[in-house]
Ligand binder design. Sequence first.
Ligand code: PMP
Length: 389
Amino acid sequence: MIEPSHYLSSTVKSLKPSGIRKFFDLASSMEGVISLGVGEPDFVTPWNVREASILSLEQGYTSYTANAGLLELRNEISYYLKEKTDITYSAKEEILVTVGASQALDIALRAIVNPGDEVIVIEPSFVAYSSLVSLAGGVPVSVQTSGEMEFKLQPSDLEKAITKKTKAIILCSPSNPTGTVLNKEDLEKIASIIEKHDLLVISDEIYAELTYDEAYTSFVSIEGMAQRTILVSGFSKGFAMTGWRLGYVAAQQEFLSAMLKIHQYAMMCAPTMAQYAAVEAIKNGKEDVMHMKKSYRQRRNLFVSALNEMGLSCHVPGGAFYAFPSIQKTNLSSEEFAEELLMEEKVAVVPGSVFGESGEGYIRCSYASSLEQLQEALRRMQRFVQKKC
Ligand code: PMP
């Protein structure tokens, strides 16, 4: 018998398993659970998008596409980005279609990180960032944000974390897990620090379609930033296409061709039938996206005001589909809160601590569930909070 752990890479051994999984596994073994844990739309991908994929299969388009993706799709992404950001990305040289935003993040980091380079991660953060930095050979450096500041990155905190080894920072607006949106002014302040310290930015804009209160500003639209930014986005959230595994990355040509090198060896290309679906989604999906967004906005308003009424104070998240309320008044840790809520009231939420140090004292609730389910979850949560306080 061999001892497999002797053969594993020390980097992989040092990675922590995602704290979210534990709750999914527990919740899925129980009956009658309302899950506010999952970070995905509750909509099925619109029919015209599914039909476009079926048609591609009927026509026999089952081979690889170009490594960078179908040119038709890259052209559509280029028009789309021009409209959203005012930056012209060349479809042939500056856009690469990936297997979800997840792969886009992975190759962006692997393309720029040398061993020991530091990459700044703003916490509470999407769980994959730090691990992907480590897997790329870099060192994740966390910068905390606070609930009092609605989890907006404070430029002075960013500046304090920068060292000679800092290569890049990862921004995520709208944010998973806090729903916080950085507006133009916030982004400009960050941009001036990026410029001053000559850094790169990986801007994860996967939730860009889902902003509810003000027009969305992409980091690449801030003067001088497009050349320093690897823009990561995709179809999972705004277009309700998580299972299709389709994302993309846009960046100036040299960054793009470095990422393409990794992609062509490690992945070859994104799934062909999903790429045909994405062409239809990006070309003709505007109305469906608007409809879904309207529905999330309505649910956000209901959910967040009910949380505040029961004393779980929560800023109004400007985007994505997450509420990140404080649970401090219960005197429970976020892990205890999530575990006890699941066991006693059968509602699954994610403890804020899995998203980093400053997530402690908070929980993440996804409001991408039906209004009926949200209302029932709120009734159970209110009962739970009354019992604990
Ligand atoms: N970035 C963020 C902030 C996310 O929340 C997610 C999905 N939870 C991803 C990237 C990955 O998305 P995809 O499905 O496109 O891989």
